[in-house]
Design a protein around this ligand. Structure first.
Ligand code: HEC
Length: 111
């Protein structure tokens, strides 16, 4: 009985941590790229992050969003999308766009 409570609280802590990570994204991040993406929303930023962790882990581990410059990301993501689509791991143009915006936002806000 005691053990199961322990497990349960461990799971709760894990869940709390993972939700905290997505909560790190804020309206402030969106505001920083307003000049680039005038109609960008926080929901789109979060969706981009989710897509990034889903789609960009199909062939290799997740790269650090700040490992490349905001200028380079669109080219890299386009290249990766082509490679994925060749292997029928489909990344749609809409998803590609959200991933690029997420990565560009992360590189822009980290400076
Ligand atoms: C179809 C498999 C595949 C998918 C899906 C994929 N990658 Fe890659 N990625 C590779 C391979 C293979 C390399 C290393 C060889 C190369 O660079 O061509 C690589 C290398 C990279 C590099 C290192 C820099 C570079 O240009 O070599 C980055 C950054 C990167 N991927 C980001 C991403 C991102 C972001 C996504 C999601 C949009 C993604 N990858 C999805 C296969 C993939």
């Amino acid at each position: 009985m005691k053990k199961s409570i322990l497990y349960l609280s461990a799971i709760c802590i894990l869940v709390a941590c993972s939700t905290m990570k997505t909560a790190e994204l804020s309206q402030q991040d969106v505001d920083k790229v307003k000049p680039l993406y005038p109609n960008y929303t926080l929901a789109e930023l979060k969706e981009g992050k989710t897509l990034y962790s889903e789609k960009c882990t199909l062939c290799h581990s997740l790269k650090n969003p700040t490992s490349e410059s905001s200028k380079k990301w669109p080219h890299i993501v386009a290249e990766m999308t082509n490679m994925a689509n060749e292997k029928t791991l489909t990344i749609s143009p809409k998803q590609e766009d959200l991933i690029i915006k997420y990565l560009v936002t992360m590189t822009t806000t980290s400076k």
